[in-house]
Design a protein around this ligand. Structure first.
Ligand SMILES: [Zn+2]
Length: 239
């Protein structure tokens, strides 16, 4: 359901503040620890109405389907390092950004690419969606002064994500059909067993649907009551 990841810095210190938590889905502190934001990733899912205050508004005009991941850093900084940086991005934060991006790609079936996993500063030049002078990241993210082409920087980060993803073992992919209310049979029985729900009768009725929606809500999935690849994967991560 999610189809894009946008990288940011908060423009603050090394810990996420309340405003930061509302703006992003994931926040990486100065020690490289990943924190959840205030809004669930599912709040930005396609098909959801983006009512102000109910989703993470991290990228102007590009929040639907987009996960916002922010490094907590760069307080008081100006364009291209024009102002002395009191909280520069640390390498451990970049490592965590790459690792979290790879994890989210795995989880949501996102394939990294220049239009798919990109920094805020790349959004306008690459996608043509106008941003108000956003420059996260136009500086070498692993340190050193000076402005650089955000797309070249994004390419470096995407290469790191791709390396991480390719080094991961690929889990076996059992054949599991998409299930919705009205379905019957052995796959429904498997589903009901995994849900530990009201009964295992092989018939996908309203009670099973309710159990699916509750499971999806708890697991940051789109709570649509339809059991697709994402929900199957969350139900039985080992396949
Ligand atoms: Zn940003």
């Amino acid at each position: 359901m999610m189809n894009r990841i946008v990288w940011h810095h908060t423009g603050g210190g090394y810990s996420p503040g309340p405003e930061d938590r509302r703006a992003y889905h994931r926040l990486i502190d100065g020690d490289g620890q990943v924190h959840d934001g205030h809004h669930a990733i599912a709040a930005n899912a396609p098909g959801r109405a983006l009512t102000p205050g109910t989703y993470a508004a991290h990228t102007r005009g590009l929040n639907t389907g987009a996960i916002g991941v922010a490094i907590c850093a760069m307080a008081g900084a100006g364009w291209g390092g024009a102002v002395p940086w009191t909280h520069p991005v640390k390498p451990v934060q970049v490592d965590a950004l790459v690792a979290e991006t790879a994890r989210l790609c795995d989880r949501y079936g996102i394939v990294p690419g220049p239009r798919i996993t990109l920094s805020h500063a790349e959004v306008e030049p690459t996608l043509g969606v106008v941003q108000a002078g956003k420059w996260d990241f136009d500086y070498p993210p692993r340190g050193g002064p000076g402005a650089r082409d955000p797309i070249a920087i994004g390419d470096e980060l995407r290469a790191e994500v791709a390396r991480l993803l390719s080094s991961r073992p690929v889990a076996p992919d059992p054949i599991r059909p998409v299930l919705r209310q009205g379905a019957t049979g052995q796959h429904v029985r498997d589903l009901q067993r995994l849900l530990r729900g009201p009964g295992i009768d092989g018939a996908f009725g309203p009670l099973t649907r309710r159990a699916v929606v509750e499971f999806q809500s708890r697991n940051e999935l789109l709570p649509d009551g339809i059991v697709g690849p994402m929900t199957w994967a969350a139900l039985a991560p080992q396949g």
